[in-house]
Design a protein around this ligand. Structure first.
Ligand SMILES: Nc1ncnc2c1ncn2[C@@H]1O[C@H](COP(=O)(O)OP(=O)(O)OP(=O)(O)O)[C@@H](O)[C@H]1O
Ligand SMILES: O=C(O)C1=C[C@@H](O)[C@@H](O)[C@H](O)C1
Ligand SMILES: [Mg+2]
Length: 196
């Protein structure tokens, strides 16, 4: 009997999708926080298309992020990122995982504020370092002391990521656990909004 009742309850994904309505869900946070990995799972659970802005930028420019930085510099990369994100948010709803610097750029952040619900995947230095030091494709971390660079970026950026609508702590547990926490937080956040 109990089993039947449980089976009839709408899944977390369905409830979060209903709460979201036409809004995009936008994941923000530092390199290695899990935006791409968690975003993909969250999108599956919501039954929404998933897009990663770094991947989309690489697709439209036919260059890697590292090549874009090397050829045109960070400023041009940010301008392209702003344009790509604006287009993606206009044609949603979808789950959008952003590049680590997107929410730090004021123009892009304003677009995200208008076009979606933002979720900051917060993580501590050791978790991030453990994840990013396995690969060396991130141009901002090509420094003498990349762990210190990551720490400097945390100090500079965390007060800005904290402006996101929702914060979820990314840590060393299964990705599905974090994805479920994102969905639960969306339901709670939108429920709170409605009672105000
Ligand atoms: N909860 C988790 N447990 C274990 N590994 C994880 C978890 N979340 C993410 N990872 C792994 O950490 C690495 C970095 O994650 P991911 O690429 O999703 O980060 P990101 O926030 O998109 O970073 P970037 O801004 O550089 O694109 C990946 O290999 C991913 O599989
Ligand atoms: O944190 C950042 O500024 C970046 C993160 C990556 O996702 C890429 O968007 C790029 O390497 C810049
Ligand atoms: Mg990513």
């Amino acid at each position: 009997m109990t089993e039947t009742i449980l089976n009839l309850a709408p899944s977390l994904g369905v409830r979060a999708k209903t709460a979201l309505g036409k809004r995009n869900l936008v994941l923000v946070g530092l390199m290695g926080a899990g935006k791409s990995a968690i975003g993909r799972i969250v999108a599956q659970q919501l039954g929404l298309p998933f897009i990663d802005t770094d991947t989309e930028i690489e697709r439209v420019s036919r260059m890697t992020i590292a090549e874009l930085f090397a050829a045109y510099g960070e400023e041009e990369f940010r301008a392209l990122e702003t344009r790509v994100i604006k287009r993606l948010l206009r044609t949603g709803p979808r789950v959008v995982s952003t590049g680590g610097g997107a929410f730090i750029n004021e123009r892009t952040r304003k677009q995200i504020e208008r076009g979606g619900l933002s979720v900051w995947l917060n993580a501590d230095l050791d978790v991030l370092w453990e994840r990013v030091n396995k690969r060396d494709h991130r141009p901002l971390l090509k420094t003498e002391n990349p762990k210190q660079t990551l720490k400097d970026l945390m100090d500079k950026r965390y007060p800005i990521y904290a402006l996101a609508d929702i914060t979820v702590q990314s840590r060393d547990v299964r990705k599905e656990v974090i994805a479920n926490e994102v969905l639960t937080s969306v339901i709670e956040h939108i429920g709170k909004d409605k009672t105000q």
